[in-house]
Design a protein around this ligand. Structure first.
Ligand code: IVH
Length: 699
């Protein structure tokens, strides 16, 4: 036991003498604090619409905590302070579900759905000939039962085997979207609400990133994350996990009439303070089922949480009761599953790929497997740390996960299936492309080929980068052409690009006279560029578009930049000691100096940059973030405009952000900016801001 008083110890049934004498005022304040905090929680976690500033919430919360610590008689199990977790348990108690928690039959295609609808019509006579269905996303978390007596949450349990689950009340109280006390009126004496506890995608990604950074084990998927977080004996751990709850059905009810339709029951739950799914919809007949599937499947990747399908339920409760159950599943509901996002396959081999900066990356070659809607035959293993973390060998059976548009990941090795001849994966000593030494710096996860531009792989990637849209933007110089030109040794450096002859190009696969002419013209046109694009095109490590622009703003011309020393470089916004070191290394390399001189000599040029006075930079010292889709311009264009007025443009929102430019479909950055109270500009406000400073963008 810890020295801290446990909030569960010695809870008096009766008010103490002290309370009776002096408690009147304090008791009222406790009531008031409960009310204020419950309302604020509901507004924030259920309605996604905060009602009071975070700081005020914190003040009220601590006031209540202090009262409870000093006078335990004011503690009650529905206190909002219970959200932070209570004393650890030694084990979970068992809970018997009075109404069994069933599972669902599955439908895997439209025919299965049509059969379901037909089956129903055979069993019951429908008023209008077509059935009314409630359609809901099938959340991929874990099912829980919440029991309320006289409106107070008294017990929460997992589904377990459907008839016996585990008592997880302490943990559930830490889930902020679950009411500890029902809102509104007309509560039944006993009410059992069922639903899913889940971890939204953003919380899952952030949790896993942190776990990997701390050498801890990440979760395989958001469902495991939810399950693992709820099965903690220490509820303080659960409290630290970003879990949410959404209700989807009624269990036991005593002492009140509930509405006659499932959709109305959910509305009632919403009034009592629960989160219901805004994607839920009532439809009619099999056409309605199919149409809802199309709509939700198209939306699946944009949802903030994982779903693995749709649950269709007969909306009329009386009909549900008539239809009843078969074994473990109701006849009145069905789950239409989406294509799986996780599959098992064999890791046949590992090859090492060499990137632009020489990074040597292990790539798994897999027996092709259909997962997340595509056939996957390769997956990156990122670096040797990841290989070690996964403890993966060649010959292993692995679980591949492809969720949404995210690149496929190997999330786990199925150890039971490891063959006796599984082969360890080791980093090659020599580069598989150029045979230069591969080295791995002590504090870096990434290993690198030391061959630089001698290495054909690095050369190819460097040239692709040089020609890319944000760099010199050479239209028509696609990846395949670069690869052929390097393989045939027509280009060894950026300079050779400008020495290419018509026939060098026209003789390549799938090229002809016309395309050769066009490409030569595009190469010629690329000579007129901007200083920032040129600098980015050089491919200096860690110098992306924004850093290149900061260097340009600071040094104005290339001669000053190449002569800058360490102290001058770290003066630049965005440039820290590591980046400064890379820049110095790059410019001190004779080979790079030759290339830069050569490029300038063959005529690469850009408009001179004039020193801007402070008056020309009205947004100097301000930092903006641009997010979402703008209809009148690209995000890059918006960034350039803001930078031309002296502002800095950052990639993520923090307390230092001066303003967020939020286009359509802005997501988590917008929420964060709102949480931090940062000014948000929509597209019209951005155009006004620009025009107030003399930039009139043509729409
Ligand atoms: S209704 C008798 N609705 O799916 C009806 N279940 O395979 C029981 N689930 O264990 C469940 N979203 O964890 C229902 N909107 C939803 C659901 C849902 C997810 C899960 C639930 C259950 C499993 C059934």
């Amino acid at each position: 036991m810890s020295d801290q008083p446990s909030l569960f110890d010695d809870i008096p049934d009766e008010p103490s003498e002290k309370q009776k004498q002096t408690g009147g005022v304090l008791a009222e304040r406790v009531q008031e604090l409960h009310k204020l905090l419950h309302e604020a929680n509901h507004a924030y976690y259920v309605m996604d619409d905060p009602s009071i500033p975070d700081a005020q919430y914190d003040r009220l919360f601590h006031e209540l905590k202090d009262i409870e610590a000093g006078s335990p008689e004011y503690f009650s199990p529905d206190s909002p302070t219970q959200r932070v977790g209570a004393a650890p348990l030694s084990q979970f108690e068992q809970v018997t579900h009075e109404v069994a928690m069933l599972s669902l039959d599955n439908a895997f295609n439209s025919d299965d759905l049509a059969d379901f609808d037909k089956r129903l019509k055979k069993l019951v006579v429908l008023k209008e000939g077509v059935a009314e269905y409630a359609c809901e996303p099938k959340l991929d978390g874990i099912a829980v039962s919440l029991l309320y007596e006289s409106g107070i949450l008294v017990r929460a349990a997992t589904r377990g085997d459907g008839s016996v689950g585990e008592n997880i009340t302490q943990n559930i109280k830490t889930v902020s979207s679950i009411p500890l006390k029902l809102m509104g009126t007309g509560h039944p004496d006993v009410l059992e609400v069922r639903g899913e506890v889940y971890m939204p995608k953003a919380g899952f990604d952030a949790f896993n990133q942190r776990a990997i950074a701390n050498d801890e084990k990440p979760f395989v998927n958001p469902r495991n994350a939810a399950a693992g977080s709820l099965r903690q004996l220490d509820s303080k751990i659960t409290a630290s996990r970003p879990l949410e709850f959404c209700c989807y059905s009624l269990g036991r009810v005593e002492g009140a009439e509930m509405p006659a339709k499932h959709s109305e029951i959910l509305n009632q739950f919403s009034q009592w303070g629960f989160k219901t799914n805004p994607e839920s919809k009532v439809v009619k007949g099999v056409e309605g089922l199919l149409e809802y599937y199309q709509q939700l499947e198209a939306k699946r990747n944009q949802l903030a949480y994982e779903i693995d399908g749709i649950v269709y339920k007969i909306n009329d409760i009386e009909l549900q009761q008539t239809l009843g159950f078969t074994g473990r599943a109701p006849r009145w509901a069905i789950a239409r599953k989406f294509p799986a996002q996780e599959e098992m396959t064999l890791l046949e081999d590992v090859e090492f790929q060499v990137g632009r900066t020489g990074a040597v990356t292990p790539v798994a070659r897999l027996t092709p497997v259909f997962v997340g809607g595509v056939t996957v035959s390769n997956a990156t293993l990122h670096n040797m740390d990841e290989v070690e973390r996964l403890n993966v060998c060649i010959g292993d059976t692995v679980i591949i996960r492809r969720a949404g548009d995210v690149i496929p990941q190997i999330v786990k090795v199925v150890m039971e299936k490891r063959p006796a001849d599984a082969k360890a994966i080791s980093l090659p000593e020599l580069c598989p492309v150029c045979e230069s030494h591969v080295e791995r710096m002590e504090d870096e996860a990434v290993a690198r080929c030391t061959g630089g531009l001698v290495c054909a792989a690095q050369r190819k990637e460097a040239i692709k980068h040089f020609a890319s849209r944000k760099a010199l933007d050479i239209d028509g110089l696609g990846d395949k052409i670069v690869e052929q030109l390097v393989d045939e040794e027509k280009i060894k450096s950026f300079l050779d690009l400008y020495r290419l002859k018509h026939d060098d190009i026209a003789n390549l696969e799938r090229m002809g006279d016309k395309s050769a002419q066009n490409l030569l013209a595009a190469i010629e046109a690329s000579k007129n560029t901007t200083f920032a694009k040129f600098l980015y095109a050089l491919g200096i490590r860690e110098v992306g578009v924004a850093t290149a622009q900061s260097l340009v703003n600071h040094f104005l011309d290339i001669r000053t930049l190449v002569k800058a020393d360490f102290d001058a470089l770290i003066e630049v916004e965005d440039v820290g000691p590591i980046v400064a070191k890379y820049i110095l290394q790059f410019f001190s390399e004779p080979h790079n100096q030759e290339i830069i001189d050569g490029l300038l000599n063959i005529g690469i040029q850009w408009p001179a940059i004039e020193q801007k006075s402070e008056a020309d930079q009205p947004l100097l010292g301000k930092t903006f973030v641009v997010t979402g889709t703008l209809s009148s311009m690209g995000r890059d264009q918006a960034k350039q405009y803001l930078q031309s007025l002296g502002a800095k443009v950052a990639g993520s929102v923090s307390a230092k952000t001066s303003g967020l430019i939020a286009g359509e479909k802005a997501g988590s950055k917008l929420t964060k900016a709102q949480d931090l109270g940062i000014d948000v500009f929509d597209e019209a406000a951005l155009l006004d801001l620009l025009s107030a400073h003399g930039i009139n963008h043509e729409t």
